[in-house]
Design a protein around this ligand. Structure first.
Ligand code: PLP
Length: 380
């Protein structure tokens, strides 16, 4: 067999945290893992019940989504955000990550003359990976005004993510929709953190109309169902039709019991209100704990992440210090692009008592004189 000379998958970012994890684990009570944004709280009991009792496991589920699933998703968009989308403009995906990773290759089949994926320079890594997996160009942008017109002319799509992972920032979504329409570039709006919008009301790109745009939504964060793998995309009629047909040929299907459970989850908002309260209290507690040891941090505009500037700009040093002194695992910002390399991301996905444990460890280290007081000392 000849030596392969093509693509070699890079190390998975979170696999690079093993040394930090060992350091955090050395503290009594063990590592508090706030690196990956995986929910720790329970989904609503009625959703778990539907998962177990749907009776939908025998036959193949519709790839595009069951009528109940699509209606529940459209109903949630209308009820919560005031946008009217017909169920025919909604299609299921197996969690949104597979769609984010796969969409460039399908868009390229549709528009072979274009080869560039535009994505925010500090962002969820799968936007760039999707371009790579499609053999496309991945072109990061800082702001829409700064997108090179040559890149725009070659663009298959433009990603926006609001509230944004990792920074929590909120985008001007109407401006993004207008940018795409002016240039004939589909705008893909990843809105999986929409329920965790803390500044102003939650906004979807669909409020600016559906032409030329898709909104991506997920039950992973909203309903603590990351293990079930359920999401949907909605918007431009032609794009939804094209993608859902291609994906049917390729065999993408949200399992029937998961679709049944998802329909229940999208029909309930009370559990989301509870979850919002949990995240807000954890964000504020952790921000205060960091402030108390000389690391400025504040509640983000959205998401359940703190995006913290590292003292002296050395994110790995701050991550080591937090592991050594707080027994907490966080993600260095370079995981989200070189422009994020001077920050760390802290996901508030551990119960309150674990966050308290981190806070008290950090305070103790400070009292014992080991704290770096914001200068980055005491870290490697
Ligand atoms: C911005 C963003 N988009 C998409 C996803 C994928 O989520 P899921 O595949 O669980 O829907 C994540 C997960 O962390 C994310 O942060």
């Amino acid at each position: 067999m000849s030596e392969p000379t093509g693509f070699e998958p890079p190390p998975y970012p979170y696999d690079r945290l093993d040394d930090l994890r060992k350091a955090a684990d050395r503290l009594p009570g063990g590592c508090v893992d706030l690196s990956i944004g995986t929910p720790c709280d329970p989904p609503p009991p009625a959703v778990v019940e539907a998962l177990a009792r749907s009776g939908a496991e025998r036959g193949y589920p519709p790839s595009v989504g069951t009528p109940a699933y699509r209606e529940a998703a459209a109903g949630w968009l209308g009820r919560r955000f005031g946008v009217a989308v017909e169920p025919a403009q909604v299609a299921a995906c197996v969690g949104t990550k597979e769609l984010v990773a796969g969409i460039p290759q399908w868009l390229r089949l549709r528009t072979p003359g274009r080869d560039t994926v535009l994505y925010p320079e500090v962002s969820y890594p799968t936007y760039a990976m999707g371009a790579t997996l499609a053999g496309c160009r991945a072109a990061p942008y800082g702001s829409l005004d700064a997108v090179d017109p040559a890149d725009a002319a070659r663009a298959l799509c433009l990603w926006v993510n609001s509230p944004a992972n990792p920074s929590g920032a909120l985008d001007d979504l109407p401006a993004a929709a207008a940018w795409g329409r002016e240039r004939g570039v589909p705008v893909l709006s990843d809105e999986c953190y929409i329920e965790f919008t803390w500044q102003g009301s939650a906004r979807t790109i669909l409020s600016s109309g559906t032409e030329g745009v898709l909104a991506l939504h997920s039950l992973s964060k909203r309903s603590n169902l990351a293990g079930a793998r359920a999401g949907f995309y909605a918007g431009d009629r032609d794009l939804v039709r094209f993608l859902s047909e291609v994906r049917k040929h390729a065999g993408f299907m949200v399992p029937g019991p998961v679709q049944a459970a998802g329909a229940v989850a999208f029909s309930d908002d009370a559990h989301v209100d509870e979850q919002r309260t949990r995240y807000l209290s954890r964000l504020d507690r952790m921000a205060a704990a960091l402030e108390a040891v000389g690391v400025p941090a504040s509640r983000p505009p959205g998401t359940f992440y703190l995006w913290v500037a590292a003292p002296g700009g050395d994110a790995w040093a701050l991550a080591h210090r937090l592991a050594d002194e707080g027994g907490v695992l966080v993600s260095p910002g370079e995981f989200y692009g070189p422009a994020g390399a001077d920050h760390v991301r802290i996901a508030l996905v551990a119960p309150g008592d674990r966050i308290e444990l981190v806070a008290s460890r950090l305070a103790d280290a400070r009292t014992a004189g080991g704290g770096a007081g914001g200068g980055g000392g005491g870290a490697r």
